[in-house]
Write a protein that binds this ligand. Structure first.
Ligand code: FAD
Ligand code: NAP
Length: 543
């Protein structure tokens, strides 16, 4: 179709685009680039006032990625990956945000992105076969229409606000890690209470403790964390990867978390006790998420996983001076069934006299008052509360948009858990795509390559439709049902359903307990390619 048809002047009819993209994180930015390469008119709407998504919002102290920088970046442009210089093994939030802005500059994305604009609703128009979107901005609403809608709304983009009585009455400073003030927060001399002990808490607590007069950490469930051993990048290492970047990427493509993960093809039970310990020690010394890939049965076999649990428990005991405190900080769940955390001095921080732990299993929070967090034991007086309470993951952002297809609402369809074919589309919602949606590897992979794979699949699909003059695509219910069953069957062979994690939606009150990501990058990539090779098998394409 080509360029946008601007009908605004005709009875203020909504502006028309070939495609609307919701969200300007890494998914939305690349989606825009690919749609423009197809010659389509496209518009990105973003609720925030800048690009970068996760890296725009999560500005808490210590925020950084836990995938090596050389892999946590786009690979679609050789020039881009050659020219960009990462400074550390794990990039900081400011550096990743700078990178996102650089990409927007380099590919001139700005004119087709609109910020401070939230997409509130998307309604399918049966007559025209287009989607009508309601936008909220500057206290006003507006409508636009598009043939295609791409939800690039993020898997971890809606903060989970705990429903603690009295939280609104707190008279001090209240922050959520996922919407941290852009100007930063000075915690010098303040008494800080941190609620939560997931990755965001584990990254921020050591830095909060470095500033604050006191830190009390309110822990409901302890998490396993391995040391990051972050360091400046060695120029020789960078030069080596850059000399073969495409090859390096291609090699990593087939592994969910890339080369640094060093997936093993050995079972825990293939080796002697001494060899197993040596493998764990080696991975501990190198640091990072690769610990989880030491043996191929850690995510699947309870007895195998128990050996990794025991190893980390010993390490925690060695890092925390007070044995009773070490026990409280030690999880009893399988390693990895909640996302493994990566830290710099997290456990050691509790050795400082001004840092303490409140075990909510012993003394649950009863309420927040104007000046304190109260537990069943006592009132903890604080100046600042940091909510490190995570996100309404995977479905939170899409479910906050009132999506209505020809047969009804998406929230009704997903009331008992999300259902999507390959995490890319959902039956009953034609021409609507999801980037890293439920049923795709998404959060169980390095997300940058997973985002690129989805964006390219969607762009290729739209390109195919344009070429063959097809106006409509919809996932088949049967294919979707079979895929959802498969996703669950694979999950049930693993440790993942055994913890109350956000992978299952268990962290959000009232959310259906369903395992949302797909476990297995190589079979997923094969399936996506096969679907295309068979002429979009499992989808119905029509004029
Ligand atoms: P996001 O970056 O979440 O962007 C989505 C955007 O959509 C947001 O800006 C949001 O404002 C916007 N949006 C949502 N709904 C609407 C709406 N209705 N209207 C308008 N705009 C809307 N992944 C890794 O692989 N490695 C890591 O080390 C890693 N670290 C992480 C650290 C943190 C603190 C968090 C929270 C996540 C991390 N992730 C990591 C996951 C991370 O979310 C992805 O890697 C990636 O950044 C997601 O990009 P995205 O574009 O899909 O979504
Ligand atoms: P999270 O892992 O969901 O952790 C939230 C924490 O808050 C948990 O400890 C949870 O306890 C606690 N919590 C929630 N509601 C509570 C309540 N009402 N009362 C007391 N405690 C409560 O969230 P996150 O730490 O923000 O991390 C989310 C994901 O983002 C990560 O898993 C990861 O994928 C990504 N991330 C990555 C990095 C990185 O290192 N690159 C950093 C941050 C985030 P329960 O466990 O008991 O529910």
């Amino acid at each position: 179709m080509g360029h946008a048809e601007h009908h605004a002047e005709q009875n203020a009819a909504p502006e028309q685009y070939d495609a609307v993209v919701v969200g300007a994180g890494f998914a939305g930015m690349y989606m825009l680039h690919r749609l423009r390469l197809l010659g389509l008119s496209a518009r990105v709407y973003e609720a925030g006032d800048g690009v970068g998504g996760t890296w725009f919002w999560n500005r808490y102290p210590g925020a950084r990625c836990d995938i090596p920088s050389m892999e946590y970046s786009y690979q679609f442009s050789e020039a881009l990956q050659q020219e960009w210089e990462w400074s550390e093994r794990y990039a900081t939030q400011p550096e990743i945000l700078k990178y996102a802005n650089h990409v927007a500059d380099r590919f001139e994305l700005w004119p087709d992105m609109q910020f401070n604009t939230r997409v509130e609703a998307a309604e399918y128009q049966a007559k025209s076969g287009t989607w009508r979107l309601t936008l909220a901005h500057d206290d006003a609403t507006d409508e636009v229409e598009a043939r295609f809608v791409i939800m690039a709304t993020g898997c971890l983009s809606v903060p989970n606000m705990p429903s603690i009585e009295g939280l609104d009455d707190f008279a001090g400073e209240l922050y959520h890690t996922g919407v941290w003030p852009h100007e930063g927060v000075d915690l010098t001399g303040k008494r800080v209470g941190v609620i939560g002990t997931g990755s965001s808490a584990i990254q921020s607590i050591p830095l909060i403790a470095a500033q604050a007069a006191s830190v009390e950490v309110f822990q409901r469930t302890p998490n396993y964390s391995v040391p990051a051993h972050n360091a400046p990048l060695d120029p020789a290492y960078v030069a080596d990867i850059k000399s073969r970047y495409a090859e390096y990427r291609a090699e990593n493509w087939q592994r969910g978390f890339g080369a640094d993960f060093r997936d093993s093809d050995r079972s825990v039970f293939d080796v002697t006790d001494a060899e197993r310990e040596a493998e764990y020690e080696d991975r501990w010394a190198r640091g990072g998420l690769a610990f989880l890939a030491a043996f191929n049965d850690l995510p699947f076999d309870d007895a195998a996983n128990a050996t990794a649990q025991e190893f980390i428990r010993q390490k925690i005991a060695g890092r925390v001076d007070d044995p009773e405190l070490a026990t409280k900080l030690t999880p009893s769940t399988p390693v990895g069934c909640k996302r493994l955390c990566v830290d710099t001095d997290y456990y050691e921080t509790f050795n400082a006299p001004h840092v303490s732990l409140v075990d909510l299993n012993e003394t649950p929070i009863t309420r927040v008052t104007a000046t304190s967090i109260e537990t069943t034991a006592r009132a903890h007086e604080v100046d600042v509360i940091v909510l490190a309470t995570g996100f309404d993951a995977m479905t939170g952002a899409v479910s906050r948009i009132d999506v209505r297809g020809p047969e009804g609402s998406l929230n009704d369809k997903w009331a008992r858990g999300p259902r999507a074919y390959l995490g890319l589309a959902t039956a009953g919602f034609p021409n609507l795509f999801l980037v890293t949606g439920p049923g795709s590897p998404s959060v169980l992979s390095n997300m940058l390559p997973s985002i690129e794979q989805h964006v390219e699949w969607i762009a290729d699909c739209i390109g195919y439709m344009e070429q063959h003059q097809l106006g409509r695509i919809e996932a088949d219910l049967k294919a979707e049902d079979e895929w959802v069953t498969h996703v669950n069957e694979v999950a049930d062979t693993s440790i993942y359903p055994k913890c109350n994690s956000w992978y299952l939606g268990a962290n959000v009150e009232g959310k259906s307990r369903v395992f949302m990501p797909y476990l297995g990058v190589p079979p997923y990539l094969e399936k996506c390619a096969d679907v295309v090779a068979k002429g979009y098998d499992g989808f119905t394409l029509s004029n």
